[in-house]
Ligand binder design. Structure first.
Ligand SMILES: NC(=O)c1ccc[n+]([C@@H]2O[C@H](COP(=O)([O-])OP(=O)(O)OC[C@H]3O[C@@H](n4cnc5c(N)ncnc54)[C@H](OP(=O)(O)O)[C@@H]3O)[C@@H](O)[C@H]2O)c1
Length: 356
């Protein structure tokens, strides 16, 4: 049985769900894929649990309990300073970046230098300036399926199109469940400010909803899609529309939530204008080999994007072969179970590629 020694860098929603899935699917993964996943390190911001031979089952269960009760790993016996993770970087090991941190690039590069494979759930290293990020796109031992569309096979499909010699001409879609929800609410004539507040109450937005409303998260996904397609675009090649004006950027969250009522009229007018022309507003991202845009866009009501409801995601690939009707992938673009499963799929595929 081929062993895949695995480092969890980040142990929050996705990290802990992934560990649970690794434990629960051991037999299936062994019989179907012929591999055994051996967690050797678990790290959060407070420290790392590490055992080169594999962490004992009771330590893994204790770590899951710690996360479930809101405790950091430092609350467990045997935890080491985070830097100790470097001892785990050995050839053949896979490191999964399950953080949302912009500071993991040095450890990711050290892991590649040491002969490790990488699986990224974290978008930030891939959306860094191209010269910094290119190694992750060009290195054969890096996978990043869940950074776009979570568990949906978006990157896998793009790779299949590229591997079979298709020419991608454009990639388009709705890539944010949060902004999808907001658009659906606007469509029901809910005022913009109420829709934003409700999305926040439901936990659809980050605690500071400007992180979603800025469009930057969608822009990062668009950039990752473009770069995966072989178009080395940078942030300045994307026109990004923020759904709040710059002067509201420096307010506290409470001040921001109180101030946005003044935007209600503008968004209601945009909705009405689109509706009168047979359209509906969607927060759309589109990239081509040269450039891209991300913003609120009127789309025909009867189109696939127009018929999308709530937080669903939609990705359309326009290619030489799929030209009149694009190849479309649709479904939930977030959620810890589907995201962790997508990471697990990357780990198995990358681990098996080491055997071949
Ligand atoms: N949840 C989804 O549906 C979904 C879908 C697609 C992609 N993703 C991506 O998956 C990643 C993880 O999401 P999540 O929901 O699991 O986030 P989360 O619950 O905030 O977990 C992040 C974890 O990373 C740890 N961390 C932060 N900086 C670190 C560092 N420098 N070194 C080691 N550990 C560090 C955090 O530790 P502390 O808690 O101690 O700070 C925490 O354990 C994110 O990049 C997210 O964008 C999530």
């Amino acid at each position: 049985m081929h062993e895949i020694r695995l480092i969890f860098l980040g142990f929050g929603n996705v990290g802990s769900t992934l560990l649970r899935q690794v434990l629960e699917t051991r037999e299936t993964v062994a019989s179907r894929a012929g591999v055994q996943i051996v967690p050797i390190a678990l790290a959060d911001i407070s420290g790392v649990l590490y055992n080169a031979q594999g962490l004992p089952e009771e330590t893994l269960r204790a770590a899951l309990q710690a996360v479930a009760s809101g405790r950091l790993l430092e609350s467990l016996p045997g935890v080491l300073p985070l830097d100790a993770i470097r001892s785990a970087l050995q050839p053949g090991v896979i490191l999964a970046d399950l953080t949302a941190s912009p500071h993991t690039v040095p450890i990711l590069k050290a892991a590649l230098d040491a002969g490790c494979g990488l699986v990224l759930a974290n978008k930030l290293p891939l959306a860094a300036p191209w010269e910094e990020a290119r190694i992750f796109f060009e290195h054969p031992k890096v996978r990043w399926e869940v950074t776009v569309g979570a568990g949906l096979p978006v990157i896998a499909t793009l790779n299949y199109l590229l591997d079979t010699g298709d020419q991608i001409t454009a990639i388009e879609g709705c890539m944010s469940g949060t902004l999808g929800y907001l658009c659906s609410e606007l469509e029901q004539e809910v005022p913009y400010s109420s829709a934003v507040r409700r999305a926040r109450e439901l936990g659809y937005t980050e605690p500071d909803p400007r992180e979603d409303l800025s469009g930057m998260d969608v822009a990062r996904k668009a950039l990752i899609l473009a770069r995966t397609a072989g178009w080395p675009l940078d942030q300045e090649n994307l026109a990004v529309e923020s759904l709040y004006p710059r002067e509201l950027a420096s307010l506290t969250v409470d001040e921001f939530l109180a101030a946005i009522e003044r935007l209600d009229e503008e968004y209601a007018a945009r909705r009405a204008r689109a509706w009168n022309e047979g359209n509906i507003l969607r927060y759309v991202a589109r990239v081509t080999p040269q450039a891209g845009m991300v913003g609120l866009t009127p789309v025909p009501r009867e189109s696939a994007l127009g018929m999308l409801r709530g937080p669903g995601n939609h990705f359309a690939f326009y290619t030489a072969r799929y030209n009149e009707i694009p190849l479309v992938i649709c479904g939930p673009g977030a959620g810890r179970e589907v995201t962790a499963a997508g990471v697990l799929g990357d780990i198995i595929e990358l681990g098996r590629s080491d055997i071949r």
